[in-house]
Write a protein that binds this ligand. Sequence first.
Ligand SMILES: *[C@@H]1O[C@H](CO)[C@@H](O)[C@H](O)[C@H]1NC(C)=O
Ligand SMILES: *[C@@H]1O[C@H](CO)[C@@H](O)[C@H](O)[C@H]1NC(C)=O
Ligand SMILES: *[C@@H]1O[C@H](CO)[C@@H](O)[C@H](O)[C@H]1NC(C)=O
Ligand SMILES: *[C@@H]1O[C@H](CO)[C@@H](O)[C@H](O)[C@H]1NC(C)=O
Ligand SMILES: *[C@@H]1O[C@H](CO)[C@@H](O)[C@H](O)[C@H]1NC(C)=O
Length: 476
Amino acid sequence: MFSIIPALSLALLFLLLGTSGTISYAQKCRLVPKQQVQLGTVPQVPLSGGQNDNATSPASLQPSHTSSPSASPSPTPTLASFNYGKDTVRGVNLGGWFVLEPWITPSLFESTNNSDIVDEYTWGQMLDSDYALDVLQNHWDTWITEDDFIAINAAGLNHVRMQLGYWSVPITSDYTNYSTSVSPYIPGAWPYLLRALAWAKKHSIHVILDLHGAPGSQNGYDNSGRRGSANWAQGTNVNRTIDIIRFVADQIGGMIDVLELLNEPAGYQSDIGGVIADYWQAAYEAVREVAGTSLKVMIGDAFLGVDNWDGFMTYPDAQGVLMDYHQYQVFNYNQLAMSYDEHIADSCQVLGTLQSYAKSNLYTISGEWSNAITDCTKWLNGRGVGARWDGTWQPGQQVFGSCDGYTGNSSTWSDDYKTFLRKYWESQVAIGEAVQGWVFWTWKAENADDWSYQKGLEGGWIPQDPTDRMYPDICS
Ligand SMILES: *[C@@H]1O[C@H](CO)[C@@H](O)[C@H](O)[C@H]1NC(C)=O
Ligand SMILES: *[C@@H]1O[C@H](CO)[C@@H](O)[C@H](O)[C@H]1NC(C)=O
Ligand SMILES: *[C@@H]1O[C@H](CO)[C@@H](O)[C@H](O)[C@H]1NC(C)=O
Ligand SMILES: *[C@@H]1O[C@H](CO)[C@@H](O)[C@H](O)[C@H]1NC(C)=O
Ligand SMILES: *[C@@H]1O[C@H](CO)[C@@H](O)[C@H](O)[C@H]1NC(C)=O
């Protein structure tokens, strides 16, 4: 039923993967059937007949009809499947790539000259659509490149977690009875995602693909695509999301290791809390319908704590399910008030909680955490919003001090702080190592070195080999 195959998109993908250097826009367009070009100049990824197994056969990335010399086959990379539970996931998120976040790439938002553009939704809504697409395509093409996958591999990491907005998924009405409109979002990232999956495989990196933005917004954060209220549980959004997950699993389930059903749904909101368990179950079944059992499925604690999920979707009720837990220590006043030592102690406490959950429930990944101990990064709390730390967010609250020396360019940081960051990094790695692994947030950010794995490697507060420890007994 869900087996329409994109011969033409493979051709398009192959051109993107291009062995021959520059690809003209006209060349790409030539391959797109007219009826599938929507939104004026946005090239949609066409879906049409082809072969069936791209799990272990990345040769399917090659076009079935080679139409130009540039489309000559490249060596077929192979990557053995990852042994979850036995081998430890060590990875980075590729934040801000296929879902924009103002604090990760403030320059993109600044370049709009419009302070009302605060997320990807308003990006599509308020910008001229050609311009909006143009800037996004350039971003998709340059923010993360093949060199990043090479560097991630060289840093001893074995996973990336990639964010996907539902608006980038080219689902058609053959696959859903719900709306396929993504307006005002700008679609078009899908071929760039496919290219990234090929790079990952080529450089021995496993992929957790994470639905980071769902229809209606599952949490109201800008990182869901739309800042404001979380309306995901309303109307047909949940059912629509299940169809989107089924489509993704069907189309690229063989090219990824883990499909995460939804990032950070706001389970503390009663309507979302009321549907989330059913959603995990239904979306899991949708994946299993189309993608077999080798594709792992990831759920999250929905901010309810892992203990809320005791006995949920464990074997044999379900199989191949992993739990994703996110750990930040900067988003409330109590956390910000902690001393260096208290931050470390907090990590070690989370370690205990996750470890005991994972022992009798699901394989667990510490899927987002960072080196930040302040919320000082510009726009971390949203474009135009200040920080709790220095009192620029809400008046009348506790103020911890100046933001100087905590974020931005690490050249302004004290040695003391950098020494602490290494220790803090190790304490959080210890959490993940005590369960089935960890994924740092995030690989790079324009101007927030406390959030950047890349800058940590350069600055030495993250080791070149992630198994090197200066503080091996930090939580014992
Ligand atoms: C923003 O303003 C700058 C400086 O005036 C201008 O060069 C640029 O084109 C403007 N950008 C947009 C999207 O209008
Ligand atoms: C759409 O609805 C029809 C009629 O109820 C049903 O047969 C079909 O399976 C549905 N399609 C999808 C993709 O859910
Ligand atoms: C969602 O799908 C279920 C199962 O197909 C159906 O019973 C339910 O009415 C749908 N909900 C909405 C709001 O469409
Ligand atoms: C991968 O294979 C599935 C069917 O198994 C197919 O539907 C999908 O289009 C393929 N994806 C790509 C990118 O080749
Ligand atoms: C950070 O500061 C150093 C030293 O002043 C400078 O060389 C570097 O370009 C800065 N990095 C960024 C991203 O501004």
